[in-house]
Write a protein that binds this ligand. Structure first.
Ligand code: NAI
Ligand code: MG
Length: 356
């Protein structure tokens, strides 16, 4: 078996963490007798510098012709002065839209080996948590009508949150199916006390619940959810929410696992092709210094093996290798406790390869 993977290294620490994941995929491929052809394509800030656009057409084409896409992160202060439509982030939004990747799965699990890195009270960390956020990815505020205009008191800017029932339904189905395969509990997070778009969201989720009598659906307002996440994260199993709420809540969830450098994600649509990326950004503050934690991207590659390539054994092997390395006490800077030796990205990667 040979897989074609489009690789978007992106900016900042993107190339460092993506190359770690490529080495892991090559190694696990050898072990399980499959191989990869990685096609590097340009997107984000580096594409702006080279081609004058954050997402060249050829890059989208290569992604469409591949089995899956592996992405580091895009953006950085260098491009912050550009107008909205030319910014690196447009590349991400563009690929998600072009590939119709409407479901973003973001697991946040406190690894038993990293309980000490959890900033919550010891009893809460000891109880553990293992949740997965299903975030809608191609609708809502990030894709709504936006602009500037002259208002009564001077210049104004606006962004609009709009969801169709169809968009809510398809992300709802993803979430209910996932809940069915896990703890049979689904929490839908919205702001239905204020937003009309959330009231539609809630209606559709409850209509869907009728088709999943084995799954227990409950609603939670997003502000309360932000609080509950740090108070009692164990109550969450599968969570479904909108694009913007999911963006914010998963950064919060990442911190209670210890570091954003640990958390992977998968973006899926109707086909097997997905995009896999860490949930963190390009971390300009540590870029080019071999300090990044490669685990989020390595675990994203494991999700790719499982969800797009159907290589469950290989996926589990990669996850086990990461756990064994952490169990040995190996730490990059973001997850180190005072007194720990701090490993560079490249050494952490070698340790994972050895564990494999
Ligand atoms: P960030 O996630 O890049 O960094 C936040 C903090 O976490 C920084 O202190 C960083 O050093 C640390 N961090 C992130 N990943 C890490 C890793 N693997 N190992 C160790 N430490 C890590 O978020 P920030 O600073 O808000 O954004 C930086 C740039 O990244 C911006 O231009 C932003 O637009 C872009 N970005 C891109 C994303 C993507 O491509 N998917 C997602 C989020 C932000
Ligand atoms: Mg984000």
């Amino acid at each position: 078996m040979n897989y074609n993977i489009a690789v978007i290294e992106g900016d900042g620490i993107g190339p460092e963490v993506v190359n770690a994941a490529i080495e892991v995929l090559n190694t696990v491929g050898k072990k399980y007798k499959f191989s990869f052809v990685f096609k590097k394509v340009s997107a984000g800030g580096n594409a702006i510098d080279r081609f004058g656009t954050p997402l060249p057409k050829e890059s989208v084409q290569t992604c469409l012709e591949s089995n899956s896409v592996l992405l580091g992160a895009v953006g950085g202060p260098k491009w912050d002065i550009l107008p909205g439509h030319l910014r690196p982030e447009k590349a991400l939004l563009g690929i998600r839209k072009e590939l119709e990747l409407y479901a973003n799965l973001r697991p946040a699990r406190l690894l038993p080996e990293l309980k000490d890195a959890c900033p919550l009270r010891k009893e809460v960390a000891d109880a553990g948590f293992d949740m997965i956020v299903v975030r809608e990815l191609t609708g809502g505020m990030y894709f709504g009508e936006s602009g500037r205009r002259d208002g009564k008191y001077g210049p104004e800017a606006y962004d609009t949150e709009c969801y169709s029932a169809l968009e809510v339904e398809r992300i709802g189905v993803t979430a209910f199916e996932l809940a069915r395969s896990r703890g049979k509990k689904l929490i839908s997070i919205d702001k239905a006390n204020v937003l009309e778009s959330s009231r539609l969201w809630r209606e559709v989720m409850h209509r869907l619940a009728g088709k999943y009598p084995d799954v227990e659906l409950s609603d939670m307002l997003v502000d309360n959810a932000a609080m509950q996440l740090v108070k009692n994260p164990k109550q969450f199993d599968v969570v479904v929410t909108s694009n913007i709420f999911g963006d914010i809540l998963t950064d919060e969830a990442s911190q209670i696992t210890g570091s954003i450098g640990l958390l992977p994600s998968a973006s899926l649509g109707e086909t097997k092709r997905g995009m896999y990326e860490p949930i963190h950004g390009s971390a300009p503050d540590i870029a080019g210094q071999d300090k990044a934690n490669p685990i989020a991207t390595v675990l994203s590659a494991a999700m790719m093996l499982r969800l797009s390539l159907g290589q469950e054994d290989a996926a589990r092997d990669v996850e086990d290798a990461v756990s064994r390395v952490l169990a040995k006490g190996l730490r990059t800077a973001d997850i180190a406790a005072p007194g720990d030796d701090i490993l560079p990205c490249s050494t952490m990667t070698k340790a994972i390869l050895n564990a494999l």
